[in-house]
Design a protein around this ligand. Structure first.
Ligand code: SF4
Length: 296
């Protein structure tokens, strides 16, 4: 059983290449590999037999805009889901959005790579605002710039992402007092967060902020319901954030077990990502809860 009762979202990787090179990216998107058409067709066939219409489908890294049109035609014409989401740094929007816009339910647009100041330029697109959220990755060195960025661009929805704890740069991710600072600075801004992604209510709704800690991806508290289907290498990864984590081969039987929420597909572990278990995230979580109790 899915212990969190979330609708399952299957994250997919159709290419292992990205045209950006963000310093915080957990993925080494250097390989110019694309999913093979025969593997994609096989995967679609497996999914159609399982037929779970409530699944959400998302394409994330590498950059979706680098996937050839013929592959995207197969993907979007398969009609396996009524909810297709895209992660992009903007290239997909430039190249393909117009063609597939009727199929696309929602896009996360990573608009600035190394976000350092509120004056940085980025491209805005003429797309209904309910279909697109603008994302920057926040960490200890840049989060104080974020409220000014929001003030400057009140015509779009923001979806702040928070740097996940990683072994190499643990000092860079935000601490409880940083979240509280951000919360205080942004709580009255109506345009802070997407209306679509409830997880983004975290800074606009203190109650959600508090409860969301254990369930959502703050401090990388990812659940088993967010696996990554790596169609390039035909693997299923436990976590869509950290492909360095456990994986199993993508086969028809493993896919079926995954979708039926048979979490024994992967070896047992704590509910958070193994990366978090190697960080002080648990302590940070505890501290943050006590801080919030004081101010609420
Ligand atoms: S744009 Fe996204 S996928 Fe590409 S390097 Fe940056 S974080 Fe990684």
């Amino acid at each position: 059983m899915n212990p969190y009762n979330y609708q399952m979202c299957l994250y997919h990787s159709l290419t292992s290449f990205c045209n950006w090179n963000c310093s915080y990216c957990d993925f080494a998107y250097k390989e110019k590999k694309i999913v093979e058409e025969s593997n994609l067709l096989m995967y679609i066939d497996w999914l159609s037999k399982i037929n779970k219409s409530s699944l959400e489908f998302e394409i994330e890294g590498g950059e979706s805009g680098l996937v050839p049109e013929a592959i995207l035609d197969i993907w979007f014409n398969s009609n396996l889901s009524s909810s297709y989401q895209i992660d992009t740094n903007g290239l997909f929007i430039k190249r393909y959005y117009h063609k597939y816009k009727d199929k696309i339910h929602y896009m996360i647009y990573h608009c600035i790579s190394e976000f350092e100041s509120a004056d940085q330029e980025f491209e805005k697109y003429d797309i209904p605002i309910e279909k697109i959220d603008y994302t920057v990755v926040l960490h200890q060195k840049n989060y104080k710039q974020f409220p000014a960025l929001m003030e400057k661009h009140k015509d779009i929805f923001w979806l702040p992402h928070f740097l996940q704890p990683r072994r190499s740069d643990l000092e860079d991710y935000m601490q409880p007092e940083d979240y509280l600072w951000l919360y205080e600075k942004t709580k009255d801004m109506p345009h802070l967060c997407s209306h679509i992604k409830t997880k983004c209510k975290l800074l606009s709704d203190p109650d959600f902020f508090y409860k969301g800690m254990e369930k959502q991806r703050i401090f990388c508290a990812r659940t088993y319901t967010q696996p990554l289907i790596d169609l390039v290498n035909m693997k299923i990864y436990r976590c869509a954030v950290s492909i360095s984590g456990d994986y199993v081969d993508l086969t028809e039987i493993n896919l079926k077990r995954l979708i039926q929420n048979d979490i024994t597909l992967f070896p047992p572990q704590e509910k958070t990502c193994y990366l978090c278990q190697n960080s002080n995230a648990t302590h940070a979580l505890t501290d943050l809860k006590s801080c919030l109790k004081k101010i609420l």
